[in-house]
Design a protein around this ligand. Structure first.
Ligand SMILES: [Zn+2]
Length: 138
């Protein structure tokens, strides 16, 4: 099943708290869900790129880090607006995720701290909705 099909023809709403309104990245993240994007760190292939450190995550929050079986669009994107920060939901200042040692991060990326869509987010959305390839993505 393609992930965006579940949203077709169904009205969606999003509730933003005042704290969300202080950061446009939060708003873009939530709107990303509305158009069918899942969290990047929950991709079925994420174990090739990151390790989830479950012992550092409170048990009631661990489901936020479980892989979700869905169709994959594009390559794993550390710069995605849909990626959590490495310390998100971590307990006692321990990271909730770690980048695997064999993975090279794009230069200057601050995982999970984006305030705008990455090129990968644009490309995945275009691919999901079969939009013509944009000049922006070439
Ligand atoms: Zn989310």
């Amino acid at each position: 099943m393609k992930q965006f099909e579940i949203y077709r023809g169904v009205g969606q709403s999003v509730k933003l708290t005042i704290s969300c309104l202080r950061n446009r990245g939060y708003i873009m993240h939530e709107l990303g869900h509305l158009i069918g994007h899942y969290h990047e760190h929950q991709r079925p292939d994420r174990d090739q790129y990151i390790k989830v450190l479950y012992t550092n995550i409170p048990p009631f929050l661990r489901r936020e880090f479980e892989k979700v079986d869905h169709e994959i669009y594009g390559k794993y994107d550390f710069e995605s607006i849909m990626h959590y920060p490495l310390y998100y939901y971590a307990s006692e200042s321990m990271p909730s995720m770690a980048v695997l040692p064999n993975v090279t991060l794009p230069e200057g990326v601050d995982i999970g701290r984006q305030h705008t869509l990455s090129r990968g987010d644009w490309a995945k959305t275009n691919e999901m909705y079969k939009c013509p390839r944009s000049k922006f993505l070439k």
